[in-house]
Design a binder for this molecule. Structure first.
Ligand code: HSE
Length: 314
């Protein structure tokens, strides 16, 4: 697509939760992401004309598609009389714990807002993209959408109105993301959590979240390492990931500061100090998936300050 009434937007994958920040904290991943090509149309509403890279699994129906719903939310916010036709190119796998449904929603929201003159502030775009992502997981949660939109590490407290807080990240912080060839549906992974958390676990979790923010701000690697711990979701979800404990041990044994599930899994992430350590950690995690669970896994090494969504052209 070319021309002034058309554009193409990219949004990266992300690591949801970052262990202790269930539903409120997420980190953008450098590398893979989803693309949306959008074109203004005189026919009101959104139409998805093509989806590539999903193996035919995602719906073209706007209301059932994260990108379609986000695009419609932007049209509604702006109150534009125009409509939009769009194509989605999935660079991220489905049900992978890479923030794929969020990336599609963000790319669509950014593309449509760009076509309409970049009128929406970031928090409104975030809300539109969250409405899109809710289609996939059954609930709104900003921890993938926010870093995919803004890049880096983002905290989104449960506030009304919504506010995204972009956090300091030490220059050397490097993320490792390892995606094994199995799928975990986020909706299911949320259901198994139950909805009740023992007070002792809640106290530990909010203490860790606060400590992580302080550790990142101070560049205190010991505090970072100790605070990336998930007492709420990981104990319920780890069983769904074959080889989980071996892969986590492999990461820590190879020098990671910490490791946990990425979002609702099946992927794991690790945080490392420096790229060399991250490469060693990533290779150990891939090997552990192979040896412990006979699973092939894909590896992404990402800077802690990876960029967020952007317009690719025109
Ligand atoms: N915060 C979400 C969850 C992330 O853990 O359910 C899903 O990718």
């Amino acid at each position: 697509m070319t021309g002034s009434n058309q554009c193409r937007a990219f949004a990266p994958g992300s690591i949801g939760n970052l262990a202790c920040g269930f539903d409120v904290l997420g980190l953008a991943l450098g590398g893979p992401g989803d693309e949306v090509s959008a074109r203004l149309s005189s026919e009101p509403g959104v139409r998805i004309t093509n989806i590539q890279g999903d193996g035919g699994r995602l719906p073209l129906s706007v209301a059932a598609n994260t990108a379609g719903t986000a695009a419609q939310a932007v049209l509604d916010e702006v109150g534009a009389p125009d409509g939009v036709e769009m194509e989605l190119k999935k660079g991220l796998p489905l049900a992978a714990g890479m923030g794929g449904s969020a990336a599609s929603a963000v790319a669509a929201a950014v593309a449509v807002d760009h076509l309409l003159g970049n009128r929406l502030p970031k928090e409104v775009l975030l809300r539109c993209a969250m409405a899109g992502e809710a289609v996939a997981s059954g609930e709104t949660h900003p921890d993938n959408v926010a870093p995919s939109l803004l890049g880096g590490l983002v905290l989104v407290p449960v506030w009304d109105p919504l506010r995204a807080i972009e956090l300091e990240v030490p220059r050397e912080l490097t993320a490792v993301h390892v995606h094994p060839q199995v799928e975990v549906e986020t909706g299911w992974a949320r259901e198994i959590l139950g909805g009740q958390v023992p007070l002792t676990d809640a106290v530990a979790q909010w203490g860790n979240t606060a400590a992580l923010v302080a550790g990142l701000f101070r560049e205190d690697w010991e505090i970072i390492a100790r605070s990336v711990e998930d007492r709420i979701a990981e104990p319920h979800r780890a069983e769904a990931v074959p080889g989980f404990s071996h892969v986590k041990e492999a990461a820590l044994g190879a020098g990671a500061l910490a490791a946990s599930l990425s979002g609702s899994g099946p992927s794991l992430f690790a945080l490392c100090r420096g790229e060399e350590t991250a490469k060693r950690v990533g290779e150990s995690m891939v090997q552990a998936f192979r040896e412990a669970a006979d699973l092939q896994a894909n590896l992404v090494i990402s800077p802690g300050r990876a960029p967020g969504a952007r317009i690719l052209d025109p």
